[in-house]
Ligand binder design. Structure first.
Ligand code: ADP
Ligand code: TRP
Length: 334
């Protein structure tokens, strides 16, 4: 019954909770753009997910724009991919209600977004944060997505979306496409400047579009051990090297690892080389971002035309779901 698109579809969302960082870039944005070469690329700004915690309307609007501009700055081609804001496709919220009614509450108790909030000591967890995985499943399922490129932290949420699709299909037939997470092993959990997983919420991130001076400052703050310059060093336990290898060619990676092991390479120098490598690769996206800052409406227009393309897809899925559950719309009888 499901009307799967001809090309397999790749879909992912980024929450507008601050400027995207290197972890978002390497773990989600670049893999998603790579997939768009062979897939139908559907990428969006997960604004309603951010609303689980963001209460400042000006900041919200700014960060939504920033995430969209970041996608574009790193090469999303709006002629080939669809880019939109989650809140411009309200069908997703309706689908999320249907899925919520079929999801056992006990499953949501184990979800990361909720467990993290409880671990952080947030006393009053709102219902939106609790049902976060249901909205995320609706995002994925509404667009008949096959592949969902994400970092490791989102694997559980994508698996919950699979469970929800399978449960609905089990009851009502082949209604929803069952998605697969795609996690690129080398960039599954990019480390931050303290060596933990990079995350906006840990304050250890390196912004993907920082101006050179600020980028250098962040890189220089990466924590290392206190081995002196002349001492041989282990590249495999060093955060500077862990980041270096994500930007380097295989030959550069080998050479740097050998210099670590040989001794005579200080962490300050390694950081400077990491900065230069990153800066060279981030310069062009940074320039594109500056262009969008000067022409903010270009981003808004792309988002508007993206929503116009995304909405009929979600509407068709929703109508399939409503028919399947016995709630066909009476509005079509006129
Ligand atoms: P943050 O943890 O900074 O709030 P988000 O939750 O907004 O980041 O993540 C957006 C996307 O980027 C998700 O697909 C997520 O898995 C990915 N991602 C976030 N941090 C990392 C990281 N350190 N390494 C790899 N991928 C990441
Ligand atoms: N929860 C994801 C994150 O925090 C963002 C997101 C929302 C998403 N909806 C999605 C990712 C659908 C992939 C698919 O990173």
């Amino acid at each position: 019954m499901s009307t799967a698109p001809a090309r397999r579809r790749s879909l992912t969302g980024i929450q507008p909770s601050g400027m995207p960082h290197i972890g978002n870039l390497l773990g989600a944005i670049l893999p998603a753009l790579k997939l768009a070469e062979t897939h139908d690329g559907f990428y969006f700004v997960a604004s309603y997910h951010a609303f689980t915690t963001q209460r400042d309307p000006r900041l919200m609007a700014q960060q939504v724009w920033d995430v969209a501009a970041t996608w574009l700055s790193f090469g999303l081609d709006p002629e080939r991919c669809v880019l939109w804001n989650q809140h411009d496709v309200p069908e997703v919220c309706e689908l999320s209600w249907v899925l919520a009614c079929m999801t056992p509450k006990s499953g949501l108790d184990k979800a990361h977004a909720y467990k993290d909030a409880v671990a952080k000591g947030i006393k009053e967890v709102n219902c939106g944060l609790y049902t976060y995985p249901v909205l995320m499943a609706a995002d994925i399922l509404a667009f008949d997505s096959h592949v969902v490129p994400v970092g490791k932290d989102q694997k559980q949420h994508v698996e919950m979306a699979r469970d929800m699709a399978q449960r609905l299909n089990h009851h009502y037939g082949d209604v929803l496409v069952v998605p697969e997470p795609q996690i690129t092993p080398e960039v599954a959990a990019v480390p931050g400047i303290d060596g933990q997983k990079m995350s906006k919420s840990y304050g250890n991130d390196i912004g993907a579009l920082l101006p050179p001076k600020k980028l250098r400052k962040r890189v220089m703050r990466i924590a290392t051990d206190s081995k002196p310059l002349e001492a041989p060093k282990d590249p495999d336990t060093c955060t500077v090297f862990a980041l270096y290898k994500l930007f380097a060619t295989p030959a550069q990676r080998e050479e740097m690892a050998a210099r670590y092991r040989a001794g005579g390479l200080g962490y300050g120098h390694a950081k400077q080389e990491l900065f230069e490598l990153m800066d060279a690769q981030l310069a062009e996206p940074r320039e594109r971002y500056a262009h969008y800052v000067d022409h903010p409406d270009e981003v808004r227009e792309i988002l508007a035309s993206g929503a116009l393309k995304a909405r009929p897809v979600a509407r068709a899925t929703l109508s399939r779901v409503r028919d399947a559950i016995g709630l066909s719309s009476q509005l079509s009888i006129s």
